[in-house]
Write a protein that binds this ligand. Structure first.
Ligand code: PMP
Length: 408
């Protein structure tokens, strides 16, 4: 790599040394979940060994230490994504829960017949199914910005579809199927011109590029820890403070309240109003460690490395005669590439690649409607991260050549 010392980085990820029948793992399923460096695993172990306690309640020393670490993890995330402060950073379970939090807390209360939700044809089910079902509950209507032949959003159509009837524009920042990087800040401007909010699904952008939610002018923004060197079980919901202030909570219970009587209750300050019950303490602290890890390497470097690998993979896949590669050109995509060999079903491809210890994803990648539009029920997807190498892309291509031969 031109930008990263990958051999050094790989030492932090012992899992990459695993062998299957004597063949070393080639892990190319990072868009599904990334691997976890020792630093983050150690942070989790350290927390449970030395600091474990419930937060916010206890007056004892351990609880105070855990509370401070947990609160500071919010500050770390706020700083990482350019939020104003911890008030705007809610810890959830994952991107999906972040999306549902807004759909239930804001959508159910604010949407009704005549209102419109505008999404894109490349939305992940996390957004698509959620807003679709909230629309059914509220009588609102859902519209989709089309994806063109090259895998880009039709921005002229976007300007027509987003109107004064639009209340929410929900857009994926980077497509987990096409690798397209969407012009979210332009879409934010269009949404705001019509008085609508914009929710940006950053599950595939935050792990791979510098992101500033205020530059984008996102009203809501969501991502997951497990795709960015963090643990599972932690997601983030960013929301502008004044909007979160006005929103009702989504989950009720302990920790999110201020005063409770038999008759009524009032809510704790942000962000705790949206974190009911014992929160994701260890996961949140570990996410902060993952952010430290990524920022030490530099998000701009992580981005360049991933994009270089994706471009290299894209170019090498063009060597196959019978192949469909989906999404934008190789030099204009994020760190993944989805494809289908003409003669082989994606599931067979991934099964045979598994024989070569090459781990890729096959399926609809939670974008069924997009796959319908692509005319393929499934695709194979190779997705890269900071520890992957060009040699691993070569191994992918070799294994694909063997796959093709098998089915010829
Ligand atoms: N949106 C996008 C673009 C994704 O790639 C994913 C993960 N596949 C999600 C949302 C959902 O993330 P999670 O499963 O962590 O909730």
């Amino acid at each position: 790599s031109d930008v990263l010392d990958v051999e050094r980085i790989r030492e932090d990820f012992p899992i990459l040394q695993r062998e299957f029948d004597g063949t070393q793992l080639v892990y190319l399923d990072n868009a599904a979940t990334s691997q976890t460096p020792d630093q983050v695993v150690d942070a989790i172990a350290h927390y449970y060994r030395h600091t474990n306690a419930n937060v916010h309640r206890g007056l004892h020393q351990l609880s105070q230490e855990a509370s401070i670490a947990y609160e500071e993890a919010h500050d770390r995330v706020a700083d990482f994504i350019g939020a104003e402060g911890r008030e705007e950073v809610v810890f959830t379970k994952n991107t999906t829960e972040s999306m549902n939090t807004v759909a239930y807390a804001w959508g159910l209360a604010e949407l009704g017949p005549g209102d419109e939700i505008v999404m894109t044809e490349m939305e992940h089910h996390a957004a698509l199914v959620t807003w679709q079902q909230i629309a059914k509950k509220t009588g609102a209507e859902v519209k989709y910005i089309p994806v063109d032949e090259e895998g880009y959003l039709d921005m002229d159509a976007a300007r027509d579809l987003i109107t004064d009837d639009t209340k929410m524009v929900s857009v994926v920042h980077v497509s987990n199927t096409l690798g397209t990087i969407n012009p979210v800040s332009e879409l934010a401007d269009i949404a705001h011109d019509h008085g609508a909010y914009i929710f940006v699904d950053g599950a595939q952008s935050v792990p791979h590029m510098p992101v500033d939610v205020q530059d984008i002018d996102a009203d809501f923004f969501a991502f997951s820890g497990h795709k960015m060197c963090g643990p599972t079980g932690i997601g983030v919901l960013y929301g502008k403070e004044h909007i979160l202030e006005e929103m009702e909570p989504y989950l009720y219970g302990g920790m999110m309240i201020s005063k409770v009587t038999f008759e009524d209750s009032t809510w704790h300050e942000l962000p705790w109003k949206f974190e009911a019950g014992t929160p994701v303490i260890a996961q949140g602290i570990a996410l902060a460690e993952a952010i430290d890890y990524l920022e030490d390497i530099g998000m701009e470097n992580v981005r360049r490395h991933g994009e270089q690998l994706a471009e290299y993979a894209y170019d090498r896949l063009q060597e196959f005669d019978g192949i469909d590669v989906y999404g934008p050109p190789g030099d204009d995509r994020s760190a993944l590439v989805s494809f289908n060999l003409d003669s082989v079903h994606a599931h067979d491809t991934s099964e045979i690649l598994n024989e070569f210890a090459v781990a890729i994803r096959a399926g609809d990648h939670c974008t069924q409607p997009l796959h319908d539009k692509l005319g393929a029920p499934a695709s194979a997807r190779a997705s890269f991260y900071l520890y992957n190498t060009r040699e691993e892309v070569d191994k992918l291509v070799e294994a694909l050549e063997a796959t093709e031969d098998l089915f010829a």
